[in-house]
Every structure is written in structure tokens, then in C-alpha cells.
Design a protein around this ligand. Structure first.
Ligand code: CP
Length: 314
């Protein structure tokens, strides 16, 4: 086992501003290819446990950990004795005696991951819980830094559900001076009030702006980024049978570029063309959604490196 104390990433709100900026800068450095051959996880073992479906995040952490020198143990939804009644707590206790890092997607209450993180041997990384998708926002900001060469001052329009991707984006972007996050979320599907308040507190401190409205009317222009997310967030269902009617006005189509002609388009993927976004936009010249997907691996490498680099002066 690695003798260094473990650091965990459960929520972006657990990070200092300096830690957040450092993670994004390291993600961009991995993305730029300047850290080739860097193997800070050599000799370590990373567990990758996904209780819910994933293409990007699971591959990003699996490939990223191996590129950094770690070996892997992987578990899918049906693999663990949790399915036969072993407690989550006992599962975490066993993991921490064998693994150096656990990357977990539970889509459940984040208290489960916080319980697993109550030890210093094994790092726990939230690869998406019900309330937040922190490593998605790190990939998003890494993509912004790579594309624009800065994050400060960028104006981002987010259209769609106030889901765990939006929560993480609000928590991260509001830490960057002069940024603007305009959220247009369907009525009844906005950001949780506590998250909006916390993001606004960050924004007051940094000179950022976070706004949310539940209509597409009166939209200002001149955005640098238009961002959307799938209507059916992974691991969730919508009890309202009429939810599609509520979401329909929030589809991202080419018309949005009339008032924001220079905007790039971002999407956390997976996408459903014809629902949250038209094919014309997702596959069009403004789209950087697949660069964003690739940056999930580079930012995952930054997170893995950071989690195992605690120590004097780190
Ligand atoms: N964006 C994202 O988390 O993708 P996956 O669900 O495929 O991991």
C-alpha cells in the first residue's frame, strides 16, 4: 500500500480555489501532451466501481490510471457482494485494505462515498453521485482553458436540467473571476436552491455572476459558450409524464448562434440528437463536445495524480 496519506475528491466544494485551479491547469497540461511518461501511480492499484452505466468517465479513469502507471481492478453493477446483502460500509472497509484509489459512480446519496472516505489509506473519487458530477466540471474547465487559454471572464450559457453536471459547473465556474454563468433550466428542474446560493457566494467573492431563469425568453447574447446536457440524466427518472413538453422549449438549435455567433458548443455527452440538441449543432463547426469528452481522461489523470500526492509541500 502507498504510505502517503490519501486525498479524496467527493465534491468540488471540498477544494480550495488554489486546488481547483491547480487541477484544471494540470488537466490542461496532460491534454497538451507535456506530461507524457509521467507515472506517479506506478506500483499502485486503482479500483474502478461503476454501479451505473458509463462510457466516458469509466474509460477516462481506467485509461488514465493505467497511463499513470497504476494497475486496475474493475467492478460493474452486478459484481460486488453488495448485491447479496453485504453492507456498503463493510465493502468500503475491505476496499481500503487492498486498493490505493477507488473511483466510484453510485448515482446515489453522496454520504455513501463520504463514509468510504473516512480513512486515509485509499483515495475515494466521486465519478458521479446523485447530487454532483465533480470530475465532469473539471473536464469542462480543462476544455475551456485549452480552447480559450483562460477561464476568467468567460460567459457561459447553460441550457437544460439543473442536474449533477450543472451543479458541478456552477460550483466550479463561480470560483473564476469575472465569469458569467447564465442557467436556463425548465420550470421545476432547476439547480437545488442551496447550490445556487453557494455558487452566488463564491461569485460575490470572485466578481463572477451566476443567474438562473426558467424560460428561454429575454436571453442576452454574446456568450462564449453554449452548454447543454441530456434530458434523461444517468441514474434518474422523471415522475411527471409530461416532462418532455416542459423541456421542449429548451432544445439547443442553431438559432442561438444569431446572438452569440462566436460561441462554442459543449455537451457532457451522451447526447440525444433531436432532443436536447439538434444534430446540426452537435456535429457542426462550433461543437467542441468531443474534445471535451477526450479531456475527461486528461482531467481524470490530474485528479488521480492529486489524490496520491499529499505530503509535505504538496
Ligand atoms: N458525461 C459522462 O459522465 O459520461 P458517461 O456517463 O459516459 O461517463
Amino acid at each position: 500500500m502507498d504510505p502517503r496519506p490519501a486525498r479524496h475528491l467527493i465534491s468540488l466544494d471540498d477544494l480550495t480555489d488554489a486546488e481547483l485551479y491547480r487541477l484544471v491547469e494540470r488537466g490542461a497540461a496532460f491534454s497538451a501532451g507535456t506530461l507524457k511518461g509521467h507515472r506517479p501511480l506506478a506500483g499502485l492499484v486503482t479500483g474502478v466501481y461503476f454501479a451505473k452505466t458509463s462510457t466516458r468517465t469509466r474509460t477516462a479513469f481506467s485509461a488514465g490510471a493505467q497511463r499513470l502507471g497504476s494497475s486496475l481492478v474493475t467492478y460493474g453493477p452486478g459484481d460486488l457482494q453488495i448485491n447479496t446483502g453485504e453492507t456498503s460500509e463493510d465493502t468500503g472497509r475491505v476496499f481500503s485494505r487492498m486498493l490505493d484509489v477507488l473511483v466510484a459512480r453510485t448515482a446515489a446519496d453522496p454520504r455513501e462515498m463520504r463514509a468510504w472516505a473516512r480513512q486515509e489509506r485509499m483515495s475515494v473519487i466521486n465519478a458521479m453521485s446523485a447530487d454532483e458530477h465533480p470530475t465532469q466540471a473539471l473536464a469542462d474547465l480543462t476544455t475551456l482553458l485549452r480552447h480559450f487559454g483562460r477561464i476568467d471572464g468567460l460567459r457561459v450559457l447553460y441550457v437544460g436540467e439543473g442536474n449533477n453536471t450543472a451543479v458541478a459547473l456552477a460550483r466550479a465556474l463561480s470560483r473564476y473571476p469575472g465569469t458569467e454563468l447564465e442557467l436556463r433550466t425548465p420550470p421545476g428542474y432547476g439547480l437545488p436552491a442551496g447550490v445556487l446560493d453557494a455558487a452566488r457566494r463564491h461569485a460575490e467573492r470572485t466578481g463572477a455572476v451566476v443567474r438562473e431563469e426558467h424560460t428561454m425568453d429575454g436571453l442576452p447574447g454574446g456568450f462564449d459558450v453554449v452548454y447543454t446536457t441530456r434530458w434523461q440524466t444517468t441514474g434518474t427518472t422523471k415522475p411527471d409524464p409530461d416532462w418532455r413538453e416542459i423541456f421542449a422549449p429548451f432544445q439547443v438549435g442553431g438559432g442561438l448562434w444569431e446572438s452569440s455567433p462566436k460561441a462554442v458548443f459543449m455537451h457532457d455527452l451522451p447526447a440525444h440528437r433531436g432532443e436536447e440538441v439538434t444534430a446540426e449543432v452537435l456535429d457542426g463547426p462550433a461543437s467542441i463536445a468531443f474534445e471535451q469528452a477526450e479531456n475527461k481522461m486528461h482531467s481524470a489523470m490530474a485528479v488521480l495524480e492529486w489524490c496520491r500526492s499529499a505530503g509535505p509541500g504538496a
